[in-house]
Design a protein around this ligand. Sequence first.
Ligand SMILES: NC(=O)c1ccc[n+]([C@@H]2O[C@H](COP(=O)([O-])OP(=O)(O)OC[C@H]3O[C@@H](n4cnc5c(N)ncnc54)[C@H](O)[C@@H]3O)[C@@H](O)[C@H]2O)c1
Length: 422
Amino acid sequence: MSSPAIQSSVIKDLKLAPEGHLKIDWVEAHMPVLSRVRQQFEQQQPFKGLKVAISLHLEAKTAYLAKVIQAGGAEVTVTGSNPLSTQDDVCAALVEDGITVFAKYDPEPEEYKELLLRTLETKPDLLIDDGGDLVTILHAERPELLKGIRGGAEETTTGILRLKSLEKEGALKFPMVAVNDAFCKYLFDNRYGTGQSVWDGINRTTNLVVAGKTVVVVGYGWCGKGVAMRAKGLGANVIVTEIDAIKAVEAYMDGFRVMPMEEAAKHGDFFVTVTGNRDVISGEHYDVMKDGAILSNAGHFDVEVNKPDLEARSQSFRTVRRNIEEYLLKDGRKIYLLAEGRLVNLAAGDGHPAEIMDMTFALQALSLKYVNDQYSNIGNQVVNVPYELDEQVARYKLESLGIEIDELSEEQKSYLNSWSPH
Ligand SMILES: NC(=O)c1ccc[n+]([C@@H]2O[C@H](COP(=O)([O-])OP(=O)(O)OC[C@H]3O[C@@H](n4cnc5c(N)ncnc54)[C@H](O)[C@@H]3O)[C@@H](O)[C@H]2O)c1
């Protein structure tokens, strides 16, 4: 007999489940911090009787998070957070495990939205969002479903910016925890996770050498720092572009050349945008690029590389390899765009390493419990992850690594807390 999850889910093919289970088993073995939270949830059942809707890049690590929330007693529904980052075999495995899934790889834009709406129509009590699609559609198009939502947790920088503008207008209707802004998120996930997985995505997609080439990193935030650091490690000459003077000085002190995009456009062999902003490569930048330049984006939305401007300068366009589009410009130069300008590490790779997402998703799970416990006290605002939870995740991580650290003595505590001269 087929389960309710099998009956209601919309996925590509349930028969892909065995491959998906193998992927989830592999990451579970490398996510000890989240497994600690799972044990806690199995005992405490913090989400008993509640419905949780999750919109995340649907691959194995996210799937394990969904299973941990389910282990905490919740009825879980998941959907994608980007049309190209959903893995169909993982979706099938989740459905077999009793989780309702509304997601498939590369749906048409209309269908992608429809799948988000189906997820919201399950009338969740709690949400996990990545990039703010669930929360913004809910507020803008389905206000009747807002009632009953206790709160949620947001994964990424771009989603938090959207939530903060909703909050500023006084329009946010429930509390959201800004998981991205926790130390154990951005210091590791944005920097080391994006740093490694972006190059994994670019390398496996292009199969070209990086050493000796010029890499232009657009944006020197937490993600950009990681991408630039790893490009340097691969032997590239790295150029950083920024609009923030402090970040620009930081990039300079870290040993990178800093210049405006107009200039950098002439030098780059590889470009990686990580700004969370739109049109950071556009118009006249294409006019001065080298023949064969390779463009990619790791920011949340596919708006960083301006595609209409590129198309307007092209006489033809074709797919030359999986996830590589070749634009033949009117003057005969060729420019390549990876993964249609969507997050290259997820759309053309497997996303961040499991050990990194271990910490991020432990924070997600604990933040969801926190918002469920405290939603009536928090009110309709965006709040940070409490420091105790951030620290708890770091301690679990150290324990999993077998690393011990020192503790303050009583004398040291009193020294640090005292204002009197010593
Ligand atoms: N690919 C992934 O797996 C992944 C992981 C985490 C975050 N993200 C996304 O990556 C993006 C960046 O995240 P972050 O945490 O690094 O953000 P951040 O705010 O730390 O950094 C963004 C940087 O871009 C700079 N910037 C803005 N406009 C610019 C422009 N026109 N030219 C040059 N620089 C510009 C800003 O000054 C800032 O320093 C967001 O969209 C975020 O959601 C992606």
